[in-house]
Design a protein around this ligand. Structure first.
Ligand code: B4P
Length: 190
């Protein structure tokens, strides 16, 4: 299986590039952000918990996220591979993913880190906020999300560096240019 973790700060283009990757490489897609937003719009218990964290720009607790992935992963076994978008976001989540994949005798093939400067992130998310209706796309929450990324999510980079599956890509430029760099990486690990 080709298992890809697409990684980067909020607004770095994880969701945008995932769509391109799925189409070209025919992979299954797990976006924890999308799963959480679906729970919120379905007014489920999980959605109520998730909303209280997302609205503040905080991470949803690891146990909630890991349980959600655990429920989903079984249905993906047998696919060509999976793109993990927005997950893992903590070292604890990265360890849990490793254990879950090991149960199916597979592992993360590559982790792609989209590098984008803070100013550009803020600009993109404010722009998206004008049309997305997302409660977390406002300046105060965006600043909080970027700080949470720096303190809680960035350490995941070292986890994958140690596993020797880490690749960094410049996430600035046109969507097509960035996807070109991602394709080079994916073609080299296939
Ligand atoms: P996510 O839904 O994962 O949101 P994100 O980080 O904001 O988005 P992404 O990087 O995918 O940006 P996109 O491509 O859309 O998470 C939302 C929240 O859910 C988190 O803050 C957290 O609270 C919670 N959550 C999710 N997963 C979790 C987990 N594992 N653990 C705990 N909590 C979790 O791009 C953004 C904008 O930029 C778009 O408008 C796009 O059009 C634009 N853009 C993209 N590429 C561009 C380019 N090259 N040039 C110009 N603009 C570009």
């Amino acid at each position: 299986m080709l298992n890809v973790v697409i990684f980067g700060p909020p607004g770095s283009g994880k969701g945008t590039q995932s769509e391109n990757i799925i189409e070209k490489y025919n992979l299954a897609h797990i976006s924890t952000g999308d799963l959480l937003r679906a729970e919120i719009s379905g007014h489920t218990q999980l959605g109520t918990i998730a909303k209280s964290f997302i609205d503040k720009g905080e991470l949803v607790p690891d146990e909630t996220i890991i349980g959600m992935i655990d429920n989903k992963i079984e249905s993906l076994v047998g696919s060509k591979g999976v793109i993990f978008d927005g997950f893992p976001r903590t070292v604890e989540q990265a360890k849990a993913l490793e254990e879950l994949l090991a149960e199916y005798k597979t592992k993360v093939s590559v982790m792609i880190n989209l590098e984008v400067p803070k100013d550009e992130l803020v600009e993109r998310l404010l722009e998206r906020g004008k049309v997305s209706g997302r409660s977390d796309d406002n300046l105060e929450t965006i600043e909080k999300r970027i700080n949470v990324y720096e303190s809680q999510t960035k350490p995941v980079i070292d986890f994958y560096k140690k596993k020797r599956v880490y690749k960094s890509i410049k996430g600035v430029g046109s969507i097509e240019e960035i996807f070109g760099s991602i394709s080079e990486v994916l073609d080299s690990v296939q």
